[in-house]
Design a protein. Structure first.
Length: 161
């Protein structure tokens, strides 16, 4: 019988304490081994809350770990080096990211974004910047969306075959 656990852990800094320890203790498995595996898989999200799905086979004590990605807004906050988005995004900008950083975020979120290619995925990330008061390349995200449609960033956005 497989036991499924959905947890929210600190990226790269999970511990045997709550929420992991109490959830894993009754299953009789090696908690230290699981914590180490989770930390290894979430190290690129250091400083962020990361959704983790843990499936444990209670008979064989084998486990699989599926790591989700933090919301796009959390990744934008990290890349922009800000504490939070603007409460007044139409009038107040709180940070800036480059188009390369938007591509990096889109690659991290690739599995959960709706865009079918990198160009559309990056447009989703830039669209999130609109509501957060974060500029892209020092410009309004809405202007950058128009630039993407016009092909200005194709060398960065089109995947090489």
């Amino acid at each position: 019988m497989a036991e499924k656990l959905e947890l929210l852990v600190d990226g790269g800094a999970a511990t045997a304490g709550p929420p992991l320890g109490p959830a894993l203790g009754p299953l009789g498995i090696n908690i230290v081994q699981i914590v180490a595996a989770i930390n290894d898989k979430t190290k690129e999200f250091k400083g962020m809350k990361v959704p983790v799905r843990l499936v444990v086979d209670t008979k064989t004590k084998e486990f699989t770990i599926e790591v989700g990605t933090p919301p796009a807004s959390a990744l934008i906050i990290k890349e922009a080096g800000i504490e939070k988005g603007s409460g007044k995004s139409k009038t107040e900008n709180v940070g800036n990211i480059s188009i390369q950083q938007a591509v990096k975020i889109a690659k991290m979120k690739q599995d959960s974004l709706l865009g079918k290619n990198m160009k559309k995925a990056v447009k989703e990330v830039v669209g999130t910047c609109v509501s957060m008061g974060v500029t892209v390349e020092g410009k309004s995200p809405k202007d950058v969306l128009k630039d993407i449609d016009a092909g200005f960033y194709n060398e960065v956005l089109i995947e090489k075959q």
